[in-house]
Write a protein of this length. Structure first.
Length: 126
């Protein structure tokens, strides 16, 4: 039987060779971000109900460090270490995704010249 996680956080920790045109999340600090999620979950006594896993490339490299939270499928981009406690407090515990950290395709409002939300989909979506 699968563990009954209320939320599952996947942090891309993919690393590519130096100079690769796509870059990678590990170079942008995602391994430390994943460790910080684990520390925060432990500190708050919720590591049994929520889990932060390392993930391979989530195909949102340009927006990394990339983080996705399930079951909601909320995508965060450009996550910094100092954002981790905010995501844990506001989203994982409070149930309110952190709007300012959502990836572009996940934002409710598109800026002028950008695709409208209805025109955007997560990577890999047909
Ligand atoms: S390397 Fe992190 S999303 Fe691709």
């Amino acid at each position: 039987m699968a563990p009954p996680f209320q939320r599952h956080i996947f942090v891309c920790t993919n690393r590519r060779p130096d100079g690769h045109p796509k870059g990678d999340c590990a170079t942008k600090g995602s391994e430390e971000i994943r460790a910080a999620f684990k520390t925060e979950l432990d500190k708050r006594g919720i590591k049994g109900t929520m889990r932060a896993n390392a993930a391979g490339c989530l195909d949102t490299c340009a927006f990394g460090p990339s983080v996705v939270v399930y079951p909601e499928g909320v995508w965060y981009g450009g996550v910094k270490l100092e954002d981790v406690p905010v995501i844990v407090e506001e989203h994982l515990i409070g149930g309110r995704p952190v709007e300012r950290l959502l990836m572009k395709f996940a934002k409710k409002e598109a800026k002028p010249g950008e695709a409208k939300p209805a025109d955007t989909k997560p990577p890999g979506t047909p």
